[in-house]
Every structure is written in structure tokens, then in C-alpha cells.
Design a binder for this molecule. Structure first.
Ligand code: ATP
Ligand code: MG
Length: 256
């Protein structure tokens, strides 16, 4: 077995008396896509927040390629290879689509605001950013302000920014939520494409079970902040307990 790209040990957060993520221990390996499912309020997004460093754990640890990153704030974890699409919060609304992606590439390369290096590699950055726009099918809108985009396009741009950062671990939290039916395939194709790179690790929070069934190599179920099931998709989906209690699916729906 390869070394896990990401591991959480007894990861826990309490909000007042409420334990939103309760001692979750789980390892995620390169070349796998793990779907994280569970009812609303189960703790899925909070688990992501603890992994990416948006929230500080009450207890437990997070490891990236074996290194303990628990004490690192979010940007430090991004530099270690954790990449997360934030629902719209990391878009620069007053910059164009192209500039948003270019800045992400620039940040990844550590060019910062060194004007000389930015200038000398400007054309190369633009070329790279254009390639990302191609992948997210936003080339036609390259000069539009991010704030002017319809919701679905903003979500695609978020994924573009994530691609530009080139993380080792991709974390998607309901990436197609609020998208129109014709936009969904663009995102799913991108996830499939990332999956083909066997060195990458993907975590996907998703409510749509057809998507989960198709894309995942493994499903974990969170319920009341606890890891309630973990296994191959067919096995987890078929387990009656999971269906009724955790997925809210009637047994009849499962047999397709
Ligand atoms: N910052 C916070 N302060 C207090 N409680 C919080 C905070 N963030 C999350 N919670 C609580 O933690 C629990 C888990 O919420 P979370 O958003 O992680 O669920 P989820 O599984 O992502 O649900 P959904 O499927 O609806 O997105 C909920 O009860 C929520 O109210
Ligand atoms: Mg959520």
C-alpha cells in the first residue's frame, strides 16, 4: 500500500456542546477518489474545513504525506498540496476570468508580487491560464468580470483556480450544486480527467448517488460527525442500514 496522501486521526471539533466532527480517523491514498456522503448537517463540510485548515480542530491530527500539518494555517496546507474549491469565496469579483486563473498560477509558482519576474513570465502565465480556461470551457468568457458570471460559470471558475494551483489532494464539496444540467458534465469530466492522473487523491462530497456510484473507488459515510461506514461503493451503497439511516434512500431505489 502506498503512503496515504492525507490522513486524519481522531479528528474532532466541538461547537459549544455539539460535536460536529467526532474522532474521525481515515486515510486517503493517491490514485483514489473517495466519496463522502451523509445527511445534511452530518459534518462533511466541517470535516473539509478541518482538513484544509479553515477550522482548528478541538482534538486529533491531520497528516499530509506523513507530515503532521495540524498546526499549519490554511495557506501552509495549500503549499503542502491540499487543494480545495471554496464556494465562490476565493474568486476576485472585480478581476476578469483570465486574471483570476493567472493569479492562482502566479501564486503557485511563488512569483508573488516581484514585478520583474511577473513581467518576464507574463506571456507564459497567460498561456497557462488560457489552457485552464479551455479545460473549464470558459474561453469565451475570458475577459468577463468574475462577478458578472452566472452561478454555474463561477463554480467552473473556482474549479479552474483549483486546477491552476495544481494540488496533490483535490477536495470538492458538492461541485455541481446549483449548476444547470448542461454545465454538470463539464465538471464531472474534469474530475474524471484528474482521476486519470494516478498520483492525485480526490475527496468528493456529493449528494447525487448516481455521480457517487460512477466516480468513486470508495465511499465513506459521515453521520452525526462520526465515520459510520467505509468501503467499496457497491458494498456501502447496498448496506441497508446506510441506505435508510444515512442516505435516506428506500431499498427499492437501490437495485437501479
Ligand atoms: N462554525 C460553526 N459554528 C457552529 N456550528 C457549526 C459551525 N459549522 C458547522 N456547524 C454545525 O456542524 C454540523 C455539521 O455541519 P456541516 O456543514 O459540516 O454539515 P454537512 O454534512 O456539510 O451538511 P450539508 O450536506 O447540508 O452540506 C451542523 O450541525 C452545523 O450546524
Ligand atoms: Mg456541506
Amino acid at each position: 500500500m502506498t503512503q496515504p496522501a492525507l490522513e486524519t486521526r481522531d479528528l474532532t471539533i466541538r461547537f459549544g456542546g455539539h460535536v460536529a466532527v467526532d474522532s474521525v480517523s481515515c486515510a486517503f491514498h493517491p490514485g483514489t477518489l473517495t466519496a463522502i456522503v451523509g445527511p445534511n448537517g452530518a459534518g462533511k463540510t466541517t470535516y473539509f474545513n478541518l482538513i484544509s485548515g479553515q477550522l482548528r480542530a478541538s482534538a486529533g491530527r491531520v497528516f499530509v504525506y506523513g507530515d503532521d500539518v495540524t498546526a499549519l494555517p490554511a495557506p501552509g496546507r495549500t503549499r503542502r498540496g491540499l487543494g480545495r474549491a471554496f464556494q465562490l469565496t476565493n474568486l476576485f469579483p472585480n478581476l476578469t476570468v483570465l486574471e483570476n486563473v493567472r493569479l492562482a498560477i502566479q501564486a503557485r509558482r511563488g512569483l508573488g508580487l516581484n514585478l520583474w519576474s511577473v513581467w518576464s513570465s507574463h506571456r507564459e502565465l497567460i498561456g497557462e491560464a488560457e489552457a485552464v480556461l479551455e479545460r473549464i470551457a470558459l474561453t469565451a468568457k475570458r475577459d468577463a468580470l468574475a462577478s458578472s458570471l452566472p452561478h454555474g460559470d463561477q463554480r467552473k471558475l473556482e474549479v479552474g483556480i483549483l486546477l491552476a494551483i495544481e494540488p496533490e489532494v483535490f477536495m470538492f464539496d458538492e461541485p455541481t450544486a446549483g449548476m444547470s444540467v448542461d454545465e454538470v458534465p463539464v465538471i464531472l469530466d474534469l474530475i474524471r480527467e484528474i482521476k486519470r492522473d494516478r498520483s492525485k487523491t480526490i475527496l468528493l462530497v456529493e449528494h447525487k448517488m448516481d455521480v457517487v456510484r460512477e466516480l468513486s473507488d470508495r465511499i465513506i459515510v459521515l453521520h452525526n460527525g462520526r465515520l459510520a461506514a467505509d468501503g467499496p461503493p457497491a458494498e456501502v451503497i447496498a448496506s441497508p442500514v446506510v441506505q435508510q439511516a444515512y442516505l435516506g434512500i428506500e431499498p427499492a431505489e437501490v437495485s437501479r
